[in-house]
Design a binder for this molecule. Structure first.
Ligand SMILES: Cc1cc2nc3c(=O)[nH]c(=O)nc-3n(C[C@H](O)[C@H](O)[C@H](O)COP(=O)(O)OP(=O)(O)OC[C@H]3O[C@@H](n4cnc5c(N)ncnc54)[C@H](O)[C@@H]3O)c2cc1C
Length: 417
């Protein structure tokens, strides 16, 4: 193709789009409003803790083939740890019970007949519970299609669905939950091996992408905030940044890889999701010598904490759909969560140095109403395309969805006339 593709937004979707175009030999320019790339998936140096941390723990699974291929392409996979098998240790904070979920590696779920592999207090027949999700209509919620109580829900489906959908499963889209289960557990344990960015999110997914793009000669402008998009005869005709107008030539195309409210303001003739859900992360310095060499993960039920990530030198807890905690006093939350963590890993109640990161708009709400508002890649403007985890990827708002959306937008931009 002739012309340049202007990619706006250097989150993972924008980086994936730019990379895919550069790989195809297309001229690309990348613009980012903030001083740093990575958007909602980034690392930074935290002064209180005196170390580099991520804005939030991000879990990938071996099923996330596009995300893993992207990491390999840019050489970021060395900062990712892929577990050798599918094994999820859990602890119940209210009873002290512990168990390890160990689905078999194959697609046929024989493991549900093995009491030592399945969730304690459940029977094989309980695992058929989510079957009705697969026939759900677009308006159905998870609770319309499966029981949202009982041991299996509390100990397996709730922790998994709330983390992956970042929405209380009772109000979440049944179709999205079904897609998630089909792409993960439906493919067997081999697809559900945890992948953790133990070397940091930026080291795995952002910095090597910037280096690859720079090596390919792609200009990247930070502090470039798109303010408006001019249009003429059904095409985007100019990009207006603070203090600069970039006219678009006849062969030029644009990929908007910005958050939904920004895209909605630029292109009022599309619908975009409006409601979001928050994620809370609490990080604790861990000076104990017993900290593991490799990152590990423990699922927690029966308290506030949902997933405990143990990194070398740091313990970190994630709470999804955490809107109820956004205005609570920081120290109170840190203390309650440390109390839970200490009880699980056998530490004293003396709280180490801590930091809380609250992402209020962590992802769009995965409800049927918001699902219906997710727009397609193409727009009413012939040379304008959308990318982002909030577009209609068919997946929850995740890294995998963001990367697939960016690659799809790049594909559309290349083929556009
Ligand atoms: C705390 C937290 C935990 C998460 N955990 C997981 C997880 O465990 N697993 C998982 O798969 N996903 C997880 N996610 C979701 C994942 O981070 C996102 O799906 C992904 O990062 C979205 O990338 P994106 O490119 O679609 O959007 P964004 O990252 O939002 O990128 C948009 C970019 O556009 C830029 N921008 C905005 N306005 C403008 C403008 N006017 N001009 C130019 N640039 C602009 C922004 O600065 C940003 O860099 C989590 C998210 C959060 C916040």
């Amino acid at each position: 193709m002739t012309g340049t593709v202007h990619v706006i937004g250097a989150g993972l979707s924008g980086l994936a789009a730019a990379l895919s175009l550069a790989d195809a030999g297309v001229a690309v320019r990348l613009y980012e409003s903030s001083p740093q790339a990575g958007g909602r998936c980034r690392s930074y140096h935290d002064q209180t803790l005196g170390m580099v941390i991520d804005n939030g723990n991000h879990l990938l699974l071996s099923a996330n083939t596009s995300a893993l291929a992207y990491a390999r392409r840019i050489g970021g996979d060395a900062a990712l740890e892929i577990a050798p098998d599918c094994s999820f240790p859990f602890a119940d904070l209210s009873t002290g019970a512990r168990w390890t979920l160990r689905p078999g590696m194959g697609r046929t779920p024989w493991w549900i007949f093995d009491g030592s592999r399945r969730v304690p207090g459940t029977r094989p027949a309980d695992y058929l519970g989510p079957a009705r999700l697969f026939f759900a209509g677009p308006d159905a919620t998870v609770s319309d299609r499966m029981a949202t109580d009982g041991a299996l829900y509390e100990r397996l489906w709730h922790p998994i669905l709330v983390a992956a959908l970042n929405t209380d499963p009772r109000e979440a889209s049944a179709r999205l939950a079904a897609r998630l289960i089909r792409e993960t557990f439906g493919k067997g344990g081999a697809a559900c091996r945890p992948v953790i960015a133990s070397g940091g999110l930026s080291a795995a997914l952002v910095d090597p992408a910037l280096a690859t793009l720079s090596a390919a000669g792609v200009p990247i402008r930070f502090g470039a905030s798109l303010k408006a998009l001019e249009r003429e005869s059904g095409r985007a005709s100019a990009l207006v940044f603070a203090g600069e107008r970039v006219p678009l030539g006849p062969g030029d195309r644009v990929i908007l890889a910005v958050p939904p409210r920004v895209a909605g303001a630029m292109v009022p003739d599309i619908t975009v999701p409006l409601a979001h859900r928050a994620i809370l992360n609490v990080h604790f310095v861990d000076d104990e010598e017993a900290t593991p060499d490799s990152a590990t993960l423990i699922g927690l039920v029966g308290g506030i904490s949902e997933w405990l990530f143990r990194y070398r030198g740091r313990l970190s807890v994630t709470v999804s759909a955490a809107d109820r905690l956004m205005d609570a006093p920081r120290e109170d939350i840190a203390r309650q969560i440390w109390h839970e963590v200490a009880s699980i890993i056998g530490r004293s109640d003396d709280m180490p140095r801590w930091q809380i990161v609250r992402e209020r708009r962590a992802t769009i709400a995965a409800t049927p109403a918001e699902e219906a508002r997710r727009p397609h890649t193409s727009t009413p403007l012939q040379n304008l395309f959308l990318a982002g985890d909030w577009t209609a990827t068919g997946l929850p708002a995740t890294i995998e969805g963001a990367i697939r959306s960016g690659e799809r937008a790049a594909d559309f931009a290349r083929r556009a006339t």
